[in-house]
Design a protein around this ligand. Structure first.
Ligand code: CP
Length: 305
């Protein structure tokens, strides 16, 4: 693996191999307390041009646990604020002998453009509404742990599908693992093209809850919405929110959410805290999956020391 730009670039066998490797890095209590040396001599830089808590911290943790040295490039306070271009920024980082660039950017296509212009391995940490490959892998890891075999599992993605990189990557990974995917979204937030637009649809979360095993909730991405006719909060909660009452009424259903969550919008606090919510376990699997991804990237590089 030279890098990871999109799950579509991985074969299904490669996806399974990453998940199998990641499963060895985690146990019931969390990431296993072992010192890894796979990253010795490797230098990783994290450059996040959009906010992040989970992805940035877990990539940093993963790189450290593998024995790599890791630095965070802070956009705020950098020469980006003096007008330096993204490509000049990347070439400046490259000139300091980093071998792996973990990048988040808001513009679709930008991560691949960077990968084509640098000798560093590039790992996509979330790109516009296009792709969030390691999120999809960690979602799959959490579901595999809960259900053992996810083949035939019924998962419905609910919420702001139109603007969601998580939904695009998740449907790719889970479909290839044999999961039966469906979607549920208000018209103005529904997908209009691609695989997501072709999936079976539920009119409301109540319809979905009667027919699926897992609800995969999405946050409304206000930062990506321009001029869309958003439903009112009341209308959204009536049709699409995972409320405490719905969680009580559907005792079999498991909930996943990439985070951060909007309490009182797509999810109630009691749902997030439920033992049928995998939200915090997803975060733990995020470290393990990112360790597996970085390890596979490191294997294909000679050390920069
Ligand atoms: N799920 C996710 O990408 O979260 P962060 O934005 O906190 O990294």
């Amino acid at each position: 693996m030279r890098g990871l730009l999109d799950t579509a670039d991985l074969t299904t066998a490669e996806i399974v191999a990453i998940l199998d490797e990641a499963s060895t890095y985690v146990d019931a209590s969390g990431v296993v307390p072992t010192t890894f040396t796979h990253g010795n001599g490797k230098r990783v830089v994290l450059a996040f041009f959009e906010p992040s808590t989970r992805t940035r911290l877990s990539f940093e943790t993963a790189a450290q646990r593998l024995g790599a040295s890791v630095l965070v490039f802070h956009v705020s306070g950098s020469s980006v604020e003096k007008g330096e271009t993204l490509f000049d920024t990347v070439h400046t980082i490259e000139a300091m002998s980093f071998d792996t660039l973990v990048i988040r950017h808001g513009e679709n296509g930008m991560v691949r453009s960077i990968a084509e212009r640098t000798t560093m391995s590039v790992v996509n940490a979330g790109e516009g509404s296009l792709a969030h490959p390691t999120q999809a892998l960690l979602d799959a890891a959490a579901l595999r742990e809960r259900f053992d075999d996810v083949k035939g599992l019924r998962v419905c993605i609910v919420g702001d599908i139109a603007h969601s990189r998580v939904a695009r990557s998740q449907v790719d990974v889970l479909t290839r693992l044999g999961v039966d995917m469906s979607v549920c979204a208000p018209g103005s937030l529904d997908a209009t093209d691609g695989v997501l637009a072709s999936l079976p649809r539920y009119e409301s979360i109540d319809d979905a809850l009667s027919n699926v095993d897992v609800i995969s909730l999405l946050r409304i991405q206000r930062e990506r919405i321009t001029g869309t006719d958003l439903p009112s909060l009341d209308a959204y909660r009536a049709g699409y929110a995972m409320t405490d009452a719905r969680m009580q009424a559907h005792q079999r259903v498991i909930v996943i959410h990439p985070g951060p969550v909007n309490y009182g919008v797509e999810i109630d606090p009691g749902v997030a805290d439920s033992d049928r919510s995998l939200i915090r376990r997803q975060v733990t699997h995020g470290v393990a999956v990112r360790m597996a991804v970085l390890n596979n990237v490191f294997k294909h590089r000679t050390p920069n020391t």
